[in-house]
Write a protein that binds this ligand. Structure first.
Ligand code: RP5
Length: 186
């Protein structure tokens, strides 16, 4: 028999290395809030405010946080440093910033040395970070499992709508109407 999940509200913390990362994580924040997840937002830098990062990560479990999303650009050690101070799952979002087009942040997050792993979504992939956090939370919060299924169903319906519209309008009219807005999966 399936076990009852905890009654408390699921909780995620989103940490950004700079306030310049905030526009990128807005979609993750909004999606999590829409799903009824309590979402703490912090600006804390692994190199500019290392003490705050460590204090946040060490206290996160006691604060009821179940998953941490950490976004940073350039030499993006924030997710790894947070993971060093907590056993909670940490999802890194490598942000495209600076002259290397995000490759620096991507490798900093994905290439964690053995022992302290972090999950890594694609470049700027804030929505995927939120969905992955929901999947982890859904292990103990059955209502989020249903919400994830609903999100997938809506996504699939969006693709079907586009397919029908394409076949109704033809390629040129479809592209003119879409005006470059493509690939959001909605
Ligand atoms: C990283 O450096 C931050 O996460 C940000 O993505 C990048 C640039 O920071 P700012 O110079 O905009 O504060 O630490």
């Amino acid at each position: 028999m399936e076990q009852e999940g905890p009654r408390r509200q699921p909780r995620v913390a989103i940490v950004v290395g700079s306030d310049s990362d905030l526009p990128l994580v807005r979609e993750a924040y909004n999606l999590l809030c829409d799903c009824g997840v309590a979402c703490d937002l912090r600006v804390a830098s692994a190199h500019r405010t290392p003490e705050e990062v460590a204090a946040f990560a060490r206290s996160a479990t006691d604060q009821g946080v179940e998953v941490i999303i950490a976004c940073a650009g350039l030499a993006a050690h924030l997710p790894g440093v947070i993971a060093a101070h907590t056993t909670l799952p940490v999802i890194g979002i490598p942000r495209v910033a600076g002259g290397l087009g995000g490759m620096d942040a991507l490798l900093s997050i994905v290439q964690m040395p053995p022992g302290i792993p972090v999950a890594c979504v694609g470049l700027d992939a804030a929505r995927n970070a939120a969905i992955l956090a929901l999947s982890i939370l859904a292990l103990h919060h059955p209502s989020l499992r249903e919400r994830l299924q609903q999100l997938r169903a809506e996504q699939a319906e969006g693709v079907r709508r586009k397919d029908a519209r394409l076949n109704e309008m033809g390629l040129d009219r479809y592209l003119a109407e879409a005006g470059g807005k493509r690939g959001d999966g909605k």
